[in-house]
Design a protein around this ligand. Structure first.
Ligand SMILES: Cc1cc2nc3c(=O)[nH]c(=O)nc-3n(C[C@H](O)[C@H](O)[C@H](O)COP(=O)(O)O)c2cc1C
Length: 438
């Protein structure tokens, strides 16, 4: 039976909730603690997660720095290098921008991480968006066509650099003095419209050959890029129907590029607040996010098309309001928000359900995320999930202790790692040498 994949969103280290840095028990200085990052990765490895995932801008936006931690990790490659030394099996996936990096730099950094981790590295190749990120590089954001044009060239070039040493090129025989087989090390000599490199890279293959390509994005350009190069897509979807459509779009793109669609895994997002029961889960989320409730109430009005007042947080919505409510066609979360409102929760509890978050939110006991994941997986909506705990400090352990065993009992998640490399644990082939399509 096919099993689901699970990744951990490590984020800035505190957790996905903006209030996580102040939560009880959390060390407020853990933003800069590599020891804390290592412990969190070890917790995920105890739960047999296939990978940890670090998004990146590159660089974080500090819109609310007076009250909130920056949303990204200090430096994704430094963090994963620290984690690589203290873990054995879990995959290490960092976001790297093709728009704001030179391919040769990306090629050697990710390959070095792949060597250091004995074949556990993954590169989330994204093009970056937003002028606030571009400003860090003294630039404005290029058009989508330019960003994706450069991304196609960059990934092709980087994979060629990674493959510039054949599988057995590194001889290192002390007796004969034969260090490497020059015939198996090829220059690249690629020059495109946006990027180029002579090569070869000076780093031999890792235990999995070369790092795994991930992608995150939803536009037709993203489908095209991922269909050609990616083995894993980090997705964002609020409904089974939407996730299934996204997954199919990536699978179809892979087929158009002559690949087996099963080589591309679609990973849906899920945010968790695990607690003894629904009430405790909601109370936890209220502590973590209530400073945002006034602005979320005003947004909920637009989602439901009815007037709401943030002074009335204690009451459920009246029957008259519920009858008048119309889910907004512009926000895919609206129908779910209305469903929760109709269950009779107070306005505060409706928001605490996470109806206005970046991914589906589950607040409650471990069986609830397990049920959600099973439903989506069996409906063909996802090959796996990336989990964003509200607070990493206790939320990773809660998932590992309370959700993972249920998924394992149901035969939906592996009991142990299949191997030591990321490719083995994702069930995708090793990659050596230069792609014949280049
Ligand atoms: C789930 C998900 C995760 C993403 N993670 C990142 C990220 O870590 N860094 C980044 O710059 N962009 C990230 N993006 C943004 C995409 O790379 C892409 O730029 C964005 O969706 C805009 O689409 P387009 O560039 O294809 O037009 C993410 C998108 C999604 C859907």
């Amino acid at each position: 039976m096919k099993k689901m994949l699970i990744g951990l969103h490590l984020g800035n280290g505190y957790g996905s909730s903006p209030g996580a840095w102040r939560f009880s028990g959390v060390n407020p200085q853990s933003y800069t603690s590599y020891d804390a990052r290592v412990q969190q990765a070890q917790a995920a490895e105890r739960g047999k997660f296939q990978f940890i995932f670090l998004p990146d801008g590159p660089g974080a936006i500090m819109a609310d720095i007076e009250s909130e931690a920056p949303n990204f990790n200090l430096d994704v490659m430094m963090t994963l290098a620290a984690v690589a030394r203290e873990t054995e099996y879990i995959g290490l996936v960092a976001t790297g921008s093709t728009t704001f990096n030179e391919p040769f730099n990306l090629a050697r950094q990710y390959k070095a991480l792949d060597i250091m981790s004995h074949g556990r590295a993954g590169w989330n190749a994204i093009t970056s968006s937003g002028n606030d990120v571009a400003a860090n590089y003294g630039k404005i954001i290029p058009t989508s066509a330019e960003r994706y044009g450069r991304a196609h060239e960059s990934i092709q070039l980087i994979q060629a650099l990674w493959g510039s040493w054949g599988k057995d090129a590194w001889i290192h025989d002390q007796k004969t003095g034969y260090f490497a087989d020059k015939d198996q090390i090829v220059p690249i000599n690629l020059q495109g419209k946006f990027v180029g490199s002579r090569g070869p890279l000076y780093i031999p293959p890792s235990e999995q050959g070369q790092p795994v390509i991930f992608h995150a994005g939803g536009s037709p350009n993203a489908h095209e890029l991922a269909g050609r190069f990616a083995n894993v897509v980090i997705g964002a979807a609020f409904t089974i129907e939407d996730a299934r459509a996204q997954r199919n779009a990536f699978r179809e793109s892979a087929e158009r590029h002559g690949r087996n669609p099963d080589e591309i895994k679609y990973i849906a997002g899920l945010m968790t607040s695990i607690a003894g029961n629904r009430r405790e889960g909601l109370d936890r989320r209220i502590i973590l996010t209530q400073h945002l409730f006034p602005q979320r109430v005003s947004y909920l009005q637009q989602m439901l098309g009815i007037p709401l007042n943030d002074k009335d947080l204690d009451s459920p919505l009246s029957q008259t309001l519920l009858n008048a409510a119309r889910p907004s066609p512009y926000d895919p979360r609206s129908s779910h928000a209305l469903k929760i409102a109709k269950e009779g929760w107070s306005l505060r509890d409706i928001i605490a359900h996470g109806v206005i978050d970046y991914h589906p939110v589950i607040a409650g006991p471990g069986i609830e995320p397990a049920d959600h994941m099973q439903r989506w997986f069996e409906a063909g909506a996802a090959d796996g999930f990336w989990i964003s705990p509200d607070v990493n400090f206790d939320g990773i352990d809660a998932f590992v202790n309370e959700v993972v065993p249920i998924l394992q009992q149901r035969g939906l998640f592996h009991q142990d790692y299949e191997g030591k490399t990321l490719r083995e644990n994702l069930g995708i082939p090793d990659q050596y040498g230069v792609d014949p399509r280049v």
